[in-house]
Design a binder for this molecule. Structure first.
Ligand code: G3H
Length: 534
């Protein structure tokens, strides 16, 4: 049995306590309006020893469809069919607003990181990483957009036509992020959408809302009214009317394919709403007979269990060659059992309380179902133990197609392992899977690896060699096939995703040259311009 020690309130270090966030305000049309209606109480996944309930963090507004339509009205007014101040602004000006936001956001690090940690149970170290990665992402977005603009600051003359081609905004974008990276993955779509000149409405995930509160004033103070608006509450209440209105031009959603499909189909003309979706995955690790287990095991531990396995990129199925299966399972489950289980602020902690309601029951059910169908809990002594919202990692072997865990994205610390004799077995698993994101290959024989690269790059979107699956670095394209994604995200791709190329073109005549020359030389347009950002 694992000795999981819950803290007494008095034992929690003073400097990690968050301030209570009793949020009543929502941002619309450049104002923080006060909501007098119902609120959603927020509890941390952390529970202290002598307390009956988890730690209380605060509350946020449960808005109705009326407020959500008000946010849509504000975003529509600010975009004004492309005639608003924000979409017409020069790239240099818009990036200037964003640079100010980066500076002021950096000053909120401590406050946001603490709430993030308490709200979603992410370790303090990883919460800090999420904040810093987001700041870096915004800065990279600013730099990349300036470069894109520099590349487009010239005219083209082809086949008797003079033209200027630039990227223009789409219109109104709804951004919705996930609970596992509430700050980073919401901002990975919100920031590029804004910087390209769109106006946005953003709805934080159900869990991971309060951490945005310290940033609301910055959005209000820095950006023109209506450029960014927030909504909170039940999806059916606040999202459905927005989509049904037919006025959204783009949906940026990181979550489940089931919800994404429901949202998309609510649009009266779905082809008018460009979707950028990051969805589920069931990434496989294939451990070949010549794998270097000293190097592979720590990598597979990180791949399966970073943030308790709650990453879309986590390794969620392991295929290990029969000849090394026994050694692998012994060493792997020992390493799993050595991971530190505890509270998110503790040094070196790896396994922390899970924020989703009912998650430990779901994971317990997966383990029971697998055992019923013939799997063993390899780390029987320490695995699958529940203490409030903590679930200790469970290693299951051998898993087969009768078990739920073989098919479902567990999104938590349950690790299914199967053995193979022929490489066709894991390949067939990947072909039959509903998902198509990434794979990790562990082996040292380059001939074997090269044999797999071709088929796998045509099934998935990233093949990792002796490395865990991951999204980063954020300058690399991040996407998936089948039920795993629609569209591509990266610093550069996101700028493309939230914009469309528009052209100003004219026949190459003397009269047209005179008009174009006058516009350019006298800096009369932000679009038809050869001005170069220095
Ligand atoms: O949840 C899915 C995230 O996009 C994973 O990102 O690989 O950087 O942890 P990551």
């Amino acid at each position: 049995m694992r000795n999981i020690k819950l803290p007494e309130i008095s034992e929690i270090p003073h400097d990690v306590f968050p301030k209570k966030v009793l949020q009543r305000q929502w941002l619309v049309d450049g104002k923080l309006k006060t909501w007098e209606g119902q609120v959603q109480e927020v509890y941390s996944p952390v529970q202290c020893k002598s307390e009956k309930k988890p730690f209380y963090l605060g509350s946020y507004p449960c808005l109705s469809g009326k407020e959500s339509m008000e946010a849509l009205g504000a975003a529509s007014k600010a975009f004004d069919h492309g005639r608003g101040e924000w979409p017409l602004m020069s790239v240099e000006e818009r990036t200037g607003f964003m640079s100010r936001f980066v500076i002021e956001m950096a000053a909120k690090r401590d406050e946001v990181v603490k709430i993030l940690m308490w709200e979603i149970g992410k370790s303090l170290e990883d919460s800090k990483k999420e904040f810093d990665r987001t700041l870096e992402y915004i800065q990279d977005t600013i730099d990349t957009y300036k470069n894109l603009d520099r590349d487009n600051s010239r005219l083209k003359i082809e086949k008797g036509i003079i033209a200027q081609i630039r990227r223009a905004p789409l219109g109104i974008v709804l951004c919705m992020g996930p609970y596992n990276y509430p700050l980073n993955e919401t901002f990975a779509t919100l920031i590029p959408a804004m910087i390209m000149g769109n106006t946005v409405i953003f709805k934080p995930p159900k869990v991971g809302v309060l951490l945005f509160e310290p940033l609301l004033r910055l959005f209000r103070n820095i950006f023109p009214p209506g450029v960014v608006n927030t909504i909170y509450g039940e999806g059916q209440e606040v999202v459905t009317p927005l989509v049904k209105s037919g006025k959204l031009n783009s949906l940026a959603f990181i979550g489940s394919s089931k919800i994404a499909d429901i949202i998309k189909l609510q649009h009266p003309k779905p082809h008018r709403m460009r979707s950028i979706l990051g969805l589920e995955a069931k990434n496989v690790a294939i451990v070949m007979d010549d794998a270097d287990l000293d190097a592979s095991i720590p990598e597979i531990i990180t791949g399966t269990l970073s943030y308790n396995g709650q990453r879309c990129t986590a390794l969620k199925m392991i295929y290990v060659h029969k000849s090394i299966r026994e050694e692998f399972l012994n060493r792997f489950s020992e390493a799993v059992d050595n991971l530190k289980v505890g509270m998110p602020w503790e040094d070196g902690v790896k396994i922390t309380p899970l924020p989703e309601p009912g998650k430990t029951d779901y994971l317990t059910g997966l383990v029971q179902d697998a055992r019923k169908h013939g799997a063993e809990l390899v780390n029987d002594e320490h695995g699958a133990q529940v203490m409030n919202q903590i679930f200790t990692p469970a290693v299951l072997f051998p898993v087969n197609e009768k078990m739920k865990v073989y098919h479902e994205e567990q999104f938590g610390p349950v690790i299914p392992v199967a053995e193979f004799s022929s490489i066709e077995e894991p390949l067939q698993y990947i072909i039959d899977s509903k998902y198509g994101q990434q794979v990790s290959l562990f082996g040292t024989d380059s001939d074997k690896i090269v044999h797999l690269i071709g088929p796998l790059v045509n099934q998935l979107c990233r093949v990792n060699i002796n490395s865990q699956c991951q999204r980063g670095p954020d300058t690399f394209p991040f996407t998936g096939r089948k039920d795993s994604a629609e569209g591509t995200l990266s610093v550069f791709d996101a700028l493309r995703s939230f914009s469309i190329r528009s052209i100003v073109a004219a026949k190459d005549t003397e009269e047209n040259k005179t008009v174009i020359r006058d516009i350019i030389r006298n800096n009369k347009s932000n679009f038809l311009s050869t001005d170069y950002i220095l």
